[in-house]
Design a protein around this ligand. Sequence first.
Ligand code: ARG
Length: 460
Amino acid sequence: MKLWGGRFRSGPSEVFERFSRSLDFDRRLIDADIRGSQAFARALERAGILSGPEREKIVSAFDAISTDAASPSFFDGATDEDVHTLVIRKLKERAGAVADKIHTGRSRNEQVSLDTRLWLREECDRMRSGLGAVMRVLVRLAEKYPDAVIPGYTHLRRAQAVLWPHYLLAYFEMFERDCERFNAAKLNADASPLGSGALAGSGFDLDREAIAEDLGFRSITRNSMDVAGDRDFALDFLYACTLTMIHLSRLAEDWILYSSEEFGWLELGDGVTSGSSLMPQKKNPDSLELIRGKSGRVTGCLTSLLVTMKGLPMTYNRDMQEDKVPLFEAADQTAGSLEMARVVIESVKLDRARPAAAAAESWVVATDLAEALARRGTPFHQAHQIVGRFVLESVQNNKKPADWTAEEMRQFAPEFTSEMVPLLDPKKGIESREIPGGTGPESVRAALAQAREVVDRLPK
Ligand code: ARG
């Protein structure tokens, strides 16, 4: 069955039919398509196009189709152009001639927009629940080692000491922003396009507000041409997926490093690592590498649709059918990566001694010393110079911070006073950073308590 054909002398070539068919992937929208079509049948009744019994017949036929569609064999042998065509064919098979009225004043251009919006609203919730689960296990891991000290890095060089929970809560922030982005993506999709027609608005007196209410939309779209040519809502969703994946990828990269022999801080669970077919000693972080790898794939999905949309003339063009594969792909890869990340985070053990030693053996205390000098009146630029020379001297003589005595320090620079000596321990410097958002123990405790409240408020 086709939804067009009268104007043609011959049918489409087999090659074109195969090439243009989207049923293989857009079948995923079948629930949304049926729900939308049921609401549209009710709208047609209100507009006087369908009688009450006709509407009833159509709606209950759709219910039956919906049940049938749950069985895997439902799509067997189907060669319809797309899911919208298949659904109408099925309706005709079940409800007979009345099915010919369902498409009155409706276009597939608005239908595909509607279906995608309905699908996407639910996907945004799925992503938020995956993010929530990751946030929950991050908080748990932070609470497990509340006062562990690690070196924080810039340029992958040891920079300043921070508390382990402070580091983890940085990712918590990213994931919380991701949740908000999915929320925003959902809101952006949450407008009903039905009544827009192909591009010019429906020629029938449809109550658009009532359709929107029927389908639980917050509002109706405002311009029919915009609707036909718009995939902004899909791009918003893809961007939210991409940024989530970028955050996961950076966490993955950190932990691939931190669990390496070179760092040795983290032990990943056996359940999320794999061995080598050749080298018996290997325990490889494949789960994290795959998350990092999939971030490239999802970024590709965003890029793919951006490039597809670029330069399309108003309004609908068939190019836009190419939105679905990247959308579904990004949703599945992101949901899968969130799930994998949750399991990795649950599996991980921190060897507190290793990062603490890495901090103590390096010069992460240099800034603390310079700031202490500045607090005692040495202008910061000079304090920076003094400590810089102090570090150079230490490096040349292979001295760690703990190797210095108060007396030696004073000899090196009279500005060093005895109350600065404890700052050779990275923990002390951490204590000087009691500022909102900083790594001071009190600030971190408060931030962690707040994060705990956030995750406890999330739906389970
Ligand atoms: N399968 C099409 C898509 O996903 C539906 C819209 C078809 N509209 C058209 N004018 N050919 O974009």
